[in-house]
Design a protein. Sequence first.
Length: 86
Amino acid sequence: MSFLTFLLGEKKKTASVAKERLQIILAHERSGRNAAEPDYLPDLQRELIAVISKYVKINPDDIKVNLERQGNLEVLEVKIELPDAR
């Protein structure tokens, strides 16, 4: 290592700089999602209602879609209350 390299630092390659920036952006986006509900949950619930309604008559209020965070994991919980088979 030369003295100038030591003082000025080594110039990084463009690809590695881009990769580092992308990692920072992804980390920021992931941390920002914790407070808000994802945009796709209402659409997912509507689509589930449409599909299940093809086979069973159900009340749309009987389907609940929830996203929970447990540490690093995201758990998608879907509760469907089916009517009695009478």
